[in-house]
Design a protein around this ligand. Structure first.
Ligand SMILES: NC(=O)c1ccc[n+]([C@@H]2O[C@H](COP(=O)([O-])OP(=O)(O)OC[C@H]3O[C@@H](n4cnc5c(N)ncnc54)[C@H](OP(=O)(O)O)[C@@H]3O)[C@@H](O)[C@H]2O)c1
Length: 248
């Protein structure tokens, strides 16, 4: 069931920078053509696409969308399929992340955190299913170790990622045998870009058996493995966390 097409196609959400961009570079180096989704990061995404095009011509397509706009998700998928004519992989990477302490959380925050972390991954997966079935493709969802063990002051984010974890198992059940669905639960692989500490970073690393933060490359390598090299794996959420969740 792994993509054996000579130019498999992957759609990656939130692909313009950070972890998404490293996933994009990794899949592209492995021979995937890429639909690179972005919302605000137009410049970064166009620069990324240009650098990938220099390596392999006609191998990228950039697509802008606000993932909270459910009505736009089908159109986005149609544009991707019109460009490439097939889809082998969907990587649900885009995510909003910020604290929502009890007593301050709003419905707008609920909607924003669930939109990118749970709602759009579901409706994009649904829109992608016919093409993925045809290709014998796969979905990888970027979950978080905090879906299982919550991060203090972040209930809505943790709940949204828990919904994504449940979705991973549900869709694996429903989309087989043609489509495999898996998740990755990273620990710390890239600190938030606003520089605000969201936990005691040194204490967190001290509790981690491998005693260091991971890298986006650690995550990207696991995405590639799940998409290409794991034909008997579905419904699994693999922790890429240096062993941090082994101890309480
Ligand atoms: N970084 C870590 O250490 C870590 C740890 C655990 C889990 N993860 C998970 O791994 C994935 C990648 O992490 P990251 O830190 O690289 O993510 P990130 O930088 O926080 O976000 C990735 C992208 O998501 C897009 N996005 C957010 N809300 C959106 C919306 N409503 N519509 C469309 N796009 C939206 C943004 O795209 P634009 O910039 O184009 O607007 C953003 O650049 C995420 O799912 C994250 O939860 C990361």
């Amino acid at each position: 069931m792994s993509p054996r097409h000579e130019r498999p196609v992957a759609l990656i959400t939130g692909a313009g920078k950070r972890v998404g961009a490293v996933i994009a570079r990794t899949l592209h180096a492995a021979g995937y053509d890429l639909a690179l989704h972005y919302r605000h990061s137009a410049t970064e995404t166009e620069l990324l696409a240009a650098s990938l095009e220099r390596m392999r011509a006609n191998s990228t397509y950039t697509v802008q969308a606000e993932l909270a706009d459910i009505d736009g998700l089908h159109g986005m998928m149609e544009r991707v399929l019109a460009r490439f004519g097939r889809l082998d992989a969907l990587v649900n990477n885009a995510s909003a992340f910020y604290p929502t302490p009890v007593g301050t959380a709003t419905v707008a925050q609920w909607n924003e955190l669930f939109a990118s972390n749970a709602q759009a991954p579901f409706f994009l997966s649904q829109a992608a299913t016919p093409a993925l079935r045809e290709a014998g493709g796969a979905i990888v969802n970027l979950v978080d170790i905090y879906a299982e063990r919550p991060l203090a002051q972040h209930p809505l984010y943790c709940m949204a990622k828990a919904a994504l974890a449940a979705m991973t198992r549900s869709l694996a059940l429903d989309l087989g045998p043609q489509v495999r669905v898996n998740g990755i639960a990273p620990g710390a692989v890239m600190w938030p870009s606003d520089g605000k500490p969201y936990d005691d970073q040194q204490a967190m690393l001290a509790r981690t058996p491998l005693q260091r933060a991971g890298s986006p490359e650690d995550v990207a390598g696991a995405v590639l493995w799940l998409l290409r090299d794991a034909p008997f794996v579905t419904g699994q959420i693999i922790r890429i966390d240096g062993g941090r969740t082994l101890s309480v």
